[in-house]
Design a protein. Structure first.
Length: 316
């Protein structure tokens, strides 16, 4: 648009992914000029105030000296907070009902996978073994969710509909209909002690890194199961391996890892009690995400208000 500076899309993703994002963002806000970071000229870099990002290279962001606002198209912003938290920049992360619905579907699918003993029956088939396990009602399988934010609350709703008793843990006390809510470290211990299937949907912050260590994993009832759809480093890797080796935790579904892609030599690939997923539980929908970014930018153009929703002090 004449008189307006172009908005860069800054990302370390591959060229095909950048091209797809540029197309979706341009379709959602035809009134704006959206350019790949590499296509900005010197003057545009010097003046740019707003950037749309997907895992940006911090070196590129430093080349935008007037930058005020960074809008991510991702929900998880731990790297942005680490790179920019002290800079005074306003940070917006993606909050998208479509993403929450996709995550809720994944949580329900993999909870049912554990609830109906699918890993066990897959092993029995390998051994040509015909041996039904005793059926457990969903009402008797208690699910604990770590994180009762946008994704945790959507997951809780899907699990409630499937008749699982649902508990949830958050930083501040939350009141979510039908969900037994806990907060604080005592609340965490209480919830873990009653959890048959633990679902992790926390952001990665200084407080949540290594949260599920040996001591906390030991609070789970014997034969509990675990799903991590948040970030790998929230669970202590060695402690997790130990409880799986011991059979104290029956099975873990892991979608996220400290290093992604998971290296070929990493232990989870071949552990009989682990299901490895390639960070696929809730992919961002570029269409709905771009519409949300567009609405926030239009609001900013009209009012000057920045829809920042990340508190660098809290880390999420
Ligand atoms: P959110 O709305 O910010 O919710 C975060 C929840 O975690 C809130 O309930 C928050 O408590 C709680 N929390 C944060 N720090 C805590 C602490 N120290 N102790 C206890 N509770 C704490 O985030 P979201 O949109 O639900 O997303 C959650 C995470 O999912 C993202 O950060 C991202 O890493 C991950 N994710 C993964 C995928 C995937 O494909 N695997 C896709 C999207 C997102 P309060 O309610 O008190 O604030």
């Amino acid at each position: 648009m004449s008189g307006r500076l172009p908005i860069p899309f800054v990302s370390q993703s591959d060229a095909a992914s950048v091209a797809a994002w540029l197309q979706a963002l341009r379709a959602a806000m035809p009134e704006e000029e959206i350019l790949a970071f590499a296509d900005l000229n010197e003057h545009q870099r010097a003046q740019c105030r707003l950037a749309i990002v997907a895992n940006p290279d911090p070196v590129h962001l430093k080349q935008l000296p007037q930058l005020q606002w960074v809008h991510s198209v991702w929900a998880g912003v731990e790297r942005l907070v680490a790179d920019l938290g002290q800079s005074g920049l306003q940070i917006t992360r993606l909050v998208d009902p479509r993403l929450a619905a996709t995550m809720a579907e994944a949580v329900l699918a993999w909870t049912l996978y554990l609830h109906r003993d699918m890993p066990h029956y897959a092993r029995q088939q390998q051994a040509r073994q015909w041996q039904p396990l005793e059926y457990v009602l969903p009402e008797q399988r208690r699910v604990g969710i770590l994180g009762l934010g946008a994704l945790g609350q959507a997951a809780a709703g899907a699990l409630r509909q499937a008749r699982f008793p649902v508990m949830g843990w958050s930083r501040s006390a939350r009141s979510v209909p039908g969900v037994q809510s806990y907060s604080g470290m005592d609340g965490l211990a209480q919830m873990l002690a009653q959890t048959d299937i633990l679902v992790c949907l926390l952001p990665l912050t200084a407080d949540t890194r290594g949260l599920l260590d040996a001591t906390r994993l030991a609070l789970l009832p014997p034969q509990a199961q675990l799903i991590n759809f948040a970030r790998g480093p929230i669970i202590d890797d060695a402690a997790l391996r130990q409880v799986l080796d011991d059979g104290r935790v029956r099975h873990a579904v892991l979608d996220v890892f400290a290093t992604e892609p998971l290296p070929p030599e990493a232990w989870p690939w071949s552990h009989p009690s682990v299901t490895v997923l390639p960070h696929c539980s809730a992919p961002t929908d570029s269409g709905t995400a771009s519409a949300i970014v567009a609405a926030n930018i239009r609001h900013y153009r009209q009012t000057g208000e920045i829809a920042a929703n990340v508190d660098p002090g809290r880390g999420y």
